[in-house]
Design a protein around this ligand. Structure first.
Ligand code: ATP
Length: 234
């Protein structure tokens, strides 16, 4: 569904991605693992069109999307739940969700999508007219996911969705991600909870200094001695 080949990305003179290649099959979950500064966020933001690569291709359903503007990428069916949530705090929950449906692909059937999102997150339903900034961190993360789903993505990329959440909320977040995966959603997951993300993932990549240094099934990486030592604290 998505094939990233030989991607290079620079911030000025500093190279953040160096020949990165990954492949994501439809209906699967792919985990991207790496230390701080490895390039995970840069990779996600390049796929979503926020950053322009210096070299390489990004094929989504056969079309090269590298360098296309982010609203176009979004309208092709790639949604992103960005690090730090980025909801609109003064708007209500309903308004935040409606903002997710402004892209053309989302307009038809937006009411049904809205109902589906509220079924997935009953806590949002109870608070529809409340300002989003008054939600707890975990609820804001649900809202960010709900808003992304309102855009009817076929592929969702999550960047550190559990950051700053309580252990209970982290569990709930992983339940939600598992439920989306079970429905057949294609997912790219960047997560500090490396063990939990590898357990979910059919395929996983380890990034170091902007390069893919290891790739395999989630199970293979969970069992890999270097991964165990560097990311699982074993
Ligand atoms: P983290 O887990 O800490 O978010 P990451 O794996 O997502 O790390 P990136 O945020 O992609 O890593 O950063 C990769 C490299 O690019 C780092 O060296 C970082 O300092 C650098 N970088 C990221 N954003 C910028 C920017 N806007 N300008 C300059 N350098 C940047």
């Amino acid at each position: 569904m998505l094939t990233v080949s030989d991607l290079d990305l620079f911030y000025g003179d500093a190279q953040a991605l160096d020949g990165v290649s990954i492949a994501v099959a439809e209906g699967t979950t792919t985990a991207i693992v790496g230390a701080n500064g490895a390039g995970k966020t840069s990779l996600i933001r390049t796929i979503s069109g926020i950053l322009k690569p210096a070299r390489g291709t990004i094929r989504f359903r056969g079309k090269d999307i590298a360098g296309l503007p982010s609203h176009v990428v979004c309208d092709l069916g790639i949604g992103q739940v960005a690090e730090g949530r980025q909801i609109f705090p003064t708007l209500s929950i309903r308004e935040n969700l409606e903002m997710g449906a402004v892209i053309p692909r989302a307009r038809a059937g937006a009411k049904d999508t809205f109902e589906r999102v509220l079924t997935l997150f009953p806590r949002l339903q109870e608070r529809l007219e409340q300002a989003a900034g008054t939600l707890s961190g975990g609820e804001q993360q649900m809202l960010a996911i709900g808003r992304c789903l309102m855009g009817k993505p076929d592929l969702i990329m999550f960047d550190e969705p559990s950051l700053g959440l309580s252990p209970t909320m982290v569990q709930e977040l992983f339940r939600t991600i598992r439920a989306l995966a079970a429905e057949g959603m294609t997912i790219i997951l960047v997560e500090q909870n490396v063990a939990a993300s590898l357990k979910l993932a059919q395929r996983a990549y380890v990034l170091e200094n902007g390069r893919v240094v290891l790739a395999g099934t989630g199970e293979e990486l969970l069992a890999d001695p270097a991964v165990k030592q560097a990311y699982l604290g074993l």
